[in-house]
Design a protein around this ligand. Structure first.
Ligand SMILES: O=P(O)(O)O[C@H]1[C@H](O)[C@@H](OP(=O)(O)O)[C@H](OP(=O)(O)O)[C@@H](OP(=O)(O)O)[C@H]1O
Ligand SMILES: Nc1ncnc2c1ncn2[C@@H]1O[C@H](COP(=O)(O)OP(=O)(O)O)[C@@H](O)[C@H]1O
Length: 305
């Protein structure tokens, strides 16, 4: 289950005797999924689809934008995907998780929901906690909602539908953590949250913009990206007081290969069956909103007399 408190506590460290603890903070996501490994690595509960994506990504031009993958390991009878802990590149970094795309569930989940509808009481309760008026009369009587219905409601409440991405969680440079972005929807609200994350520092924004534009360029040329539906994946933003910053793609648990010869452009609006995910459209909007948050460029004044 997703943790929706202010901050997830560090997972229990999995350390060799004598090794230094690695910095670790999980902003959002499934609380039981991660273990901190040694040598700057992280263990995430194994999922076959995600492992397949990591293996293919390591061979793709996108590899520079993905934490390095180090195979699958066993710990206490459980398989884990081993990857780089991106936090170890920074000192006390500010962190932001943005979930990309206009759709946060797979087409397959929609099909399953129709064939074998399963009511989720936990999702009904999460919905009521945010907006008691959100469930329909029938959902209220059942005290349950379908997962796809919950996901669609979350998409339209936040900026997922209107901007093609949403902020999931933020840890600011001063240590303050926030995950209450469920209603951060309009361009203005998103812009304000982004400016707050970077402490209104244009240099940090320029660093992120440069990296995001390189990422867009690489995505547009990536064979992996063209041939995969990328759903529920996030961009992890990190910057620190030393002026370092970076953005990486994480979470490929719901990224799936397309049946050949189908490919996606990731900008065409989704209609059921076309598998489009709106990822690049969201990235375009994210870049545009960040660009708008920069102070206007100074125009040269009249020449001195
Ligand atoms: O953010 P809230 O509103 O809490 O909803 C969560 C997120 O959408 C999770 O996505 P992510 O993993 O990208 O954070 C999703 O996990 P899935 O990845 O399994 O779809 C959870 O589904 P359940 O795990 O079924 O509860 C869902 O309850
Ligand atoms: N490689 C990584 N390095 C550092 N932090 C990470 C890394 N991968 C994930 N995280 C942290 O864990 C959180 C959840 O990761 P994610 O892969 O989305 O998990 P889930 O599939 O449970 O949603 C991210 O928001 C981020 O804070």
């Amino acid at each position: 289950m997703q943790n929706d408190t202010w901050m997830t506590q560090p997972s229990s460290p999995l350390l060799l005797p004598g090794t230094e603890p690695q910095p670790w903070l999980q902003l959002v996501g499934h609380a039981e999924s991660f273990q901190v490994g040694e040598n700057g690595r992280l263990l995430k509960r194994h999922c076959e689809g995600e492992e397949r994506c990591f293996r293919r990504l390591m061979e793709d031009r996108l590899s520079a934008f993905v934490p390095s993958f180090h195979g699958v390991v066993q710990h206490e009878g459980q398989d884990y995907t081993m990857m780089d802990n991106l936090l170890t590149r920074f000192h006390a970094p500010a962190i932001m998780d943005c979930k990309m795309g206009t759709r946060t569930y797979q087409e397959e989940e929609l099909r399953l929901a129709r064939e074998r509808p399963k009511l989720r009481q936990d999702m009904y309760e999460k919905m009521v906690a945010v907006d008691p008026g959100a469930p329909t009369a029938q959902e209220g009587a059942q005290r349950g909602v379908l997962k796809t219905r919950y996901m669609q409601w979350r998409e339209s409440l936040s900026s997922t539908t209107t901007q093609g991405f949403r902020i999931e969680g933020v840890r600011k440079a001063n240590g303050e953590c926030r995950t209450n972005f469920k209603r951060t929807k309009s361009r203005e609200q998103v812009g304000e949250a982004l400016r707050d994350f970077v402490d209104h520092d244009p240099r940090t924004v320029r660093g992120y913009l440069s990296r995001l534009k390189q990422l867009r360029h690489t995505l547009e040329a990536s064979q992996f990206f063209r041939t995969h539906e990328v759903v529920g994946s996030s961009l992890l933003f990190l910057h620190d007081a030393a002026g370092r910053s970076g953005v990486w793609m994480i979470d490929f648990g719901k990224t799936s290969p397309l049946p050949p010869p189908l490919t996606l452009d990731h900008r065409t609006p989704w209609v059921e069956g076309n598998r489009e995910d709106g990822y690049l459209w969201g990235l375009d909007n994210l870049i545009a909103i960040l660009t708008d948050s920069l102070p206007p460029a100074r125009t040269p004044g009249p020449p001195e007399p």
